[in-house]
Design a protein around this ligand. Structure first.
Ligand code: EPU
Length: 417
């Protein structure tokens, strides 16, 4: 089993580039199913979740080729509609293949998706919306059998919560459905806009994305295109947290400031200077970090739940008391016990965590409990005195491309053993 070993309290300096976004690349790969011919995705991150998505595409009959940062997917020989249980259980976003496969083939068989353990993660909104669009969905022994009969049709769908995955699934299913679909209370995350822009480049007619009402006028068919995956805003938040906790000055390349508008003020309250210019961000940490006002995770444009853990790691060394309220997932504080093993003073109950900043964190043997919680331990390890050893790093590899290389390149002492 691989581990990350970090010798902490080293100052970081230099430039570090942000790779393509996992949470955009995965729905884009699912969307390739809808596009006839070849699609090329550039800036596609090398992550275990991306490899799992490529394996799903291969199982469906697509030809996938990875060359450096690009992936090409040819769907000319796509004929299958079954997604193997083993691949469904690997990641949550495997569920967005449902809308895409139904749109292309009209039938789909798959099981309930897996993914990080963050509390219950039902797919009721996905199912209800697809049924509204004409899909017949039956469940037996954990397998979903879906059939669209004569085809999917447009519908007016009102989501009870702006679910990212449900919005993506509806957009995918609606892109080639008969008529117009309108999604009210749609998710507004930048990854939704990336998906809509990609589909439009393939010939779809989607408008309103990035707002809470999205309109999808179904078209007959989609064609392949070349597209560049957006940068990963959570990886950027992780790098900012690492710079903050180590008291460092770093430059981040390949960023989009509009995606992190809710994150920047938190670091400014901590006393850090953040200066974005075009697609770069200059970050200078405070000499001594200060606690910040209450952070409440919210759907975009609010503070993202995916950045909660890494920012909490930085706050664990900030002078004063900070409070984090996790509003999106019912159980997303798995990292708290591990951070406490490193000397952090954090109490979590229900959806609230109270962080009393400590002067020093000290290295310890800790375990990644989920993807972002694992990244938080890397951040804490970089800021801790002595050696931190993180196990179960398979979670971290789901969303960070060679995290040890990224941090080593700016002076961290971190290796994979
Ligand atoms: N929900 C339902 N029913 C549904 C769908 C969602 O009750 O049918 C609930 C969920 O249980 C959760 C809330 O709604 O409490 C939000 O879930 P959402 O559907 O928005 O999340 P997701 O699509 O499952 C994506 C990201 C997550 C990210 C969330 C929120 C991907 C592959 N995953 O998940 O990313 O936390 O949106 O922004 O895009 C991560 O990258 O570490 C990660 C967990």
């Amino acid at each position: 089993m691989q581990r990350l070993v970090i010798e902490g309290e080293k100052k970081l300096s230099g430039e570090i580039s942000v790779h393509g976004a996992k949470n955009s690349a995965l729905p884009l790969l699912a969307a390739c199913v809808l596009a006839k011919g070849e699609t090329v995705l550039h800036n596609c991150p090398k992550l275990s979740d991306v490899y799992a998505a490529l394996r799903i595409l291969a199982c469906l009959g697509c030809k996938c080729i990875r060359e450096e940062g690009s992936v090409s997917v040819n769907t000319d020989s796509l004929t299958h509609f079954n997604v193997p249980d083993e691949l469904m259980s690997q990641m949550r976003s495997s569920i967005v293949f449902l809308g895409a496969i139904l749109g292309r083939i009209g039938r789909c068989r798959l099981s309930f998706p897996g993914g990080c353990e963050l509390g219950p993660r039902p797919i009721d909104m996905h199912i209800a919306a697809l049924e509204q669009m004409g899909a017949k969905i039956t469940e037996e022994h954990g397998t979903l059998d879906c059939d669209v009969g004569k085809g999917l049709h447009g519908a007016k769908i009102v989501l009870s919560f702006p679910s990212v995955g449900a919005t993506e699934n509806i957009i995918l299913a609606a892109a080639t459905a008969k008529g117009t679909t309108v999604i009210h209370n749609a998710a507004r995350e930048p990854e939704i806009s990336d998906l809509a822009r990609f589909l439009n480049a393939c010939g779809a007619k989607i408008s309103g994305f990035g707002e809470d009402t999205v309109y999808i006028e179904g078209v007959k068919e989609l064609h392949g295109c070349e597209y560049e995956v957006m940068p990963d805003r959570i990886v950027l938040a992780t790098y900012m947290s690492a710079a903050a906790i180590t008291g460092s000055e770093l430059t981040f390349k390949n960023i989009r400031v509009q995606d992190v508008e809710a994150i920047i003020p938190v670091f400014e309250q901590m006393g850090c200077a953040v200066c974005p210019i075009e697609n770069k961000m200059f970050f200078s940490a405070a000499k001594s970090l200060r606690a910040c006002k209450t952070i409440r995770t919210m759907p975009f444009p609010g503070f993202p739940t995916d950045a909660q853990a890494v920012v909490m790691a930085a706050l664990s060394k900030a002078r004063g008391t900070s409070i984090v309220v996790e509003n999106i997932f019912s159980s997303r504080f798995g990292h708290v016990d591990e951070l406490c093993k490193m000397g952090a003073d954090i109490k979590a109950e229900g959806k609230i965590a109270v962080i009393n900043g400590v002067k020093r964190l000290s290295g310890a043997k800790v375990r990644a409990t989920d993807l972002r919680g694992g990244a938080a331990l890397v951040v804490a390890g970089l800021g801790a005195q002595g050696i931190t050893e993180i196990s179960d790093i398979k979670y971290i590899d789901r969303g960070y491309e060679c995290i040890e290389q990224a941090f080593s390149s700016v002076g961290a002492v971190i290796r994979r053993v």
